[in-house]
Design a protein around this ligand. Structure first.
Ligand SMILES: O=C[C@H](O)COP(=O)(O)O
Length: 256
C-alpha cells in the first residue's frame, strides 16, 4: 500500500503574518493525524520562518519548496540550490509545475535536470506533469504525461522515480474550479502507472501519484477513493488551514 502525500503549494502568496497564522492553524488542525504525509511549500523567502514554526509544532508537517535551480553555487544570480533548501529543512521540492513550464519556458529536459540534481542531494522531487486544455481535447493527455516522465526515465533510468512523487495536474483544472472528475483522473493515473510499469512494475507499484487541480474539501474524498490516486497537490485550498487539513484528513481516511 502506498502512503498518501498531501502537499500544499502556496505559490506566490504569503507574508510573515500569513505564514505564521497558516502554520499555527495547521498545527492545531492536524494534531494526532496519522496515515498521511502532509507537506507545505511556502515561497522560498519564508522557509526560514516556516522551519522555525514547524520545529515548534506538535503535528508532523513536512517542509517543501516550490522550485530549485540546477547549479550548486557560483555566479548564478537569483538561483537557489538544493543544499540551500536542505539548510532550511525543506525536503519535498516541486519541479516542473505548469506555471514554471509556461511562464519561465522550462523544458522537459530542464525539469529532468532538476530532478536528477534533487536526487543527487537526497531531496524528494515532486514532479508535476499534465496536459493543456487543447492537448486534452486532442486526446493527447497520456502521451504528454508519458513524454514528461520519459525525460527523467530516459536520462536517469526508471529507478530514479523510486522515492519521488509525481503530481498529475491537468493545466485546465489548475485554479479554475473546473476539476477533473475522479473517474477521469483515475483513468489517467492508471495510464501513467502503466507507462512506468512498461519499464518496471516494481517502481510503478511504489510511486506516489498525486492529483492536482482545484482539489477542495468537497471533492477530495472522491479522488482518494480511487486506487491510483495517492494524494493531492493543492493550491488555493492550501491557503486555508481548515480546508487544507480537511483534504489531508480525507486522504488519511480513504487510504486506511
Ligand atoms: O500546485 C498546485 C496546483 O497548481 C493546483 O492549484 P489549485 O488547487 O489552486 O487548482
Amino acid at each position: 500500500m502506498r502512503h498518501p502525500v498531501v502537499m500544499g503549494n502556496w505559490k506566490l502568496n504569503g507574508s510573515k503574518e500569513m505564514v505564521s497564522n497558516l502554520l499555527k492553524g495547521l498545527d492545531a488542525e492536524l494534531k494526532g493525524l496519522e496515515g498521511v504525509d502532509v507537506a507545505v511549500a511556502p515561497p522560498a523567502m519564508y522557509l526560514d520562518l516556516a522551519e522555525q514554526l514547524i520545529g515548534k509544532a506538535e503535528s508532523k508537517i513536512i517542509l517543501g519548496a516550490q522550485n530549485v535551480d540546477v547549479n550548486a553555487s557560483g555566479a548564478f544570480t537569483g538561483d537557489i540550490s538544493p543544499e540551500m533548501l536542505k539548510d532550511f529543512g525543506a525536503s519535498h521540492i516541486i519541479i516542473g509545475h505548469s506555471e514554471r513550464r509556461d511562464y519561465h519556458n522550462e523544458s522537459d529536459e530542464f525539469v529532468a535536470k532538476k530532478f536528477a540534481f534533487l536526487k543527487e542531494h537526497g531531496l524528494t522531487p515532486v514532479l508535476c506533469i499534465g496536459e493543456s486544455e487543447a492537448q486534452n481535447e486532442a486526446g493527447e493527455t497520456v502521451a504528454v504525461c508519458a513524454r514528461q516522465i520519459d525525460a527523467v526515465i530516459n536520462t536517469q533510468g526508471v529507478e530514479a522515480l523510486e522515492g519521488a512523487i509525481i503530481a498529475y495536474e491537468p493545466i485546465w483544472a489548475i485554479g479554475t474550479g473546473k476539476a477533473a472528475t475522479a473517474d477521469d483522473a483515475q483513468r489517467i493515473h492508471a495510464a501513467i502507472r502503466a507507462h512506468i510499469a512498461e519499464k518496471s512494475e516494481e517502481v510503478a507499484k511504489k510511486v506516489v501519484i498525486q492529483y492536482g487541480g482545484s482539489v477542495k474539501p468537497e471533492n477530495a474524498a472522491a479522488y482518494f477513493a480511487q486506487p491510483d490516486i495517492d494524494g493531492a497537490l493543492v493550491g488555493g485550498a492550501a491557503l486555508d488551514a481548515a480546508s487544507f487539513a480537511a483534504i489531508a484528513k480525507a486522504a488519511a481516511e480513504a487510504k486506511k
